[in-house]
Write a protein that binds this ligand. Structure first.
Ligand code: SF4
Ligand code: SF4
Length: 429
């Protein structure tokens, strides 16, 4: 057994001890706001983790309360005692994962999705092509319009959350280098994601164009893979470590000024590779170097002198904080400042913009009913702004908000901040 495979993944007493049970985090917690149950609050979950750390058995009830957590880390921002809740919940899930016996079917599906599908461009392309066929053949329209979706119950509700497949997929750009527009000021690597290559191909293209407009030579490193965020959230940390090592090897020696992502959920995990590999004698130092270069695209653009050759967009816009940007990476100002830089765009803040929309990785697929309850409240706050465009910084949030618009909205457009910038650059004559 190499050192990196030792199981360090359970809540550590030193982290648990930071909680003084004050309850100041309760109102920041979407599951507590929705259910009003102490055991589904941050304080309640930490209390249960303490019991397990002190020798209590891992019961089905414990698993359910830990599972119902969105891992949005809203509680972490609210906590005055510096409890690193994100670290705790991921460790608790890892401990559950390593002590849980799953049935053959569940094990096979999990292994396929996490170990085969997400890291494989070939399998993702095949899955994306099937999704594309389902959508363009009219079958999806039929399912949604005919009421079949409603008859399918929970499965039908999940169908509404299926992302669109965007042909041509971004996989065709992997390995390419895009030159800076004008004088080259920076050389950056772009992490294109996994599912984003098929479902957010246009967003990825827009991101590359905006970076080029800002003096970046953009390299799409050839050996990059899925960031491992979904694995970490599911407690499958050793698999996430394998992906982290691959991504580090793909970029860290490339002489880049920055490594860029447009997905806040991925960015949060990519910036935590140092924690994931902290006990790996070979990769710990490389992971720290990787982290020091890792930037969300809004963070990067907010840190340089922005190219202000932006055309006018005559619309009203609001911004939904992506949890893993606001709470995970503590970035709130940059996306708002970028939107405010666009001529003609009127920015309206929504109430509780930093409360989770209910997307949370694949939470909306696993806990669809609760996720939709959270989304309905979110759309109520969006509607108060009367904004025509809802922006955010994470593809997963975009899918969720699009579902929210279909159900409770007024035809608002959902866009990533970088897509709005791209549009403004392209409209400048
Ligand atoms: S997590 Fe922080 S805010 Fe919440 S109860 Fe514990 S100490 Fe208080
Ligand atoms: S991570 Fe989010 S859902 Fe989980 S306890 Fe904290 S605030 Fe609540």
């Amino acid at each position: 057994m190499v050192t990196s495979e030792i199981n360090f993944d359970k809540p550590q007493q030193v982290d648990l001890d930071r909680c003084v049970h004050c309850g100041l985090c309760l109102n920041a917690c979407p599951t507590y706001r929705e259910l009003g149950v102490e055991m589904d609050s941050p304080r309640g979950r930490i209390y249960q983790m303490v019991q397990v750390a002190n020798g209590a058995p891992i019961t089905e009830s414990y698993k359910e309360h830990i599972d119902l957590c969105l891992a949005c880390r809203g509680c972490e921002s609210a906590c005055p005692s510096g409890v690193q809740y994100g670290r705790l919940i991921e460790a608790a899930r890892s401990e559950i994962e390593t002590t849980t016996e799953r049935g053959w079917l569940a094990r096979t599906v999990r292994n396929f999705v996490f170990k085969k599908l997400l890291p494989s461009p070939a399998l993702l392309t095949a899955a994306g092509a099937s999704l594309w066929m389902y959508q363009v053949s009219g079958l999806q329209r039929l399912v949604r319009a005919s009421g079949i979706a409603a008859l399918l119950g929970p499965l039908g509700a999940r169908e509404a959350l299926a992302p669109a497949a965007e042909i041509p997929f971004f996989f065709r750009e992997i390995g390419k280098t895009f030159p800076a527009e004008g004088k080259r000021k920076y050389r950056v690597a772009f992490m294109a994601g996994c599912i984003a290559n098929i479902s957010f191909a246009r967003l990825n293209e827009a991101t590359v164009r905006v970076l080029q407009k800002n003096g970046c030579e953009v390299v799409i490193p050839v050996n990059q893979t899925c960031c491992g965020a979904l694995h970490v959230h599911a407690g499958i940390r050793d698999e996430a470590r394998k992906l982290a090592r691959r991504n580090i090897d793909a970029v860290v020696d490339g002489g880049f000024d920055a490594i860029i992502t447009n997905a806040a959920g991925c960015g949060s995990t990519l910036k935590e590779y140092d924690e994931l590999l902290e006990h790996d004698p070979v990769y710990a130092e490389r992971a720290r170097t990787f982290k020091s270069l890792m930037k969300d695209v809004t963070e990067f653009l907010g840190s340089i002198e922005l190219n202000r050759e932006l055309g006018t967009i005559d619309a009203t816009v609001t911004y939904q904080d992506s949890c893993h940007l606001a709470h995970g990476q503590k970035i709130r100002k940059a996306p708002r400042e970028l939107l405010k830089a666009v001529p003609g765009l009127k920015f309206r803040e929504m109430p509780l913009s930093d409360i989770c929309c209910g997307s949370a990785g694949i939470y909306n697929v696993l806990h669809t009913a609760l996720s939709m309850d959270i989304l309905e409240k979110k759309m109520g706050n969006v509607n108060l702004t009367k904004a025509e465009i809802i922006t955010t910084s994470n593809p997963g949030c975009m899918i969720q908000l699009q579902a929210g618009v279909r159900k409770w909205g007024h035809g608002e457009r959902v866009a990533h901040v970088v897509e709005i910038l791209d549009e403004a650059y392209r409209s400048k004559i």
